[in-house]
Ligand binder design. Sequence first.
Ligand code: ZN
Length: 198
Amino acid sequence: MDYYGSQITKLIEQLASLPGIGGKSAQRLAFHIVNMPQEKVEQLAGAMVDAKKHICYCKECCTLTDQEICPICSNPVRDKKTIMVVESSRDLAAYEKTGKYDGVYHVLHGAISPLLGIGPGDIRLKELMHRLQGNVSEVIIATNSSLEGETTAMYISKLIKPTGIKVSRIASGVPVGGDLEYIDEVTLLRALEGRVEL
Ligand code: ZN
């Protein structure tokens, strides 16, 4: 469907390959971009390249950041003894938006899924266990309530139990299969406050 010439078609295809962007949105975005002033387009493209170039994983919590230690881990006010385990940096952002959690995080970058062939070794679990050798009093498991999220929560709790560290799971006020980032802040807070010890 090369109605527009190969350059625009290429742009549409690139945009359409992004998550959540269908063919129609990709077309709309592509035409918006080609109508933007040259300078704005360069800023947009530059921001993408820079973000990608400078992004790395925080040495403590594994979240995506452009610093060696992310702003949360390097904040002296945060309670380092409480670690909330989340699947992605987006989930971390969702909890940060509530402004009510003052512990730190651990980002797994995925969840265990036997169906997709994702095992414990494919997510950042080793890093979590390493952190638990420090002074930690509670691990709050806030993986999604999908099958993968629950499997991961079970696996982690079994792993941590023998260490004697308190392990809790956020309450199931979070709808099953719900992606944490789409859940409103009130629900997130309720889930956090209603967490149960495993
Ligand atoms: Zn960090």
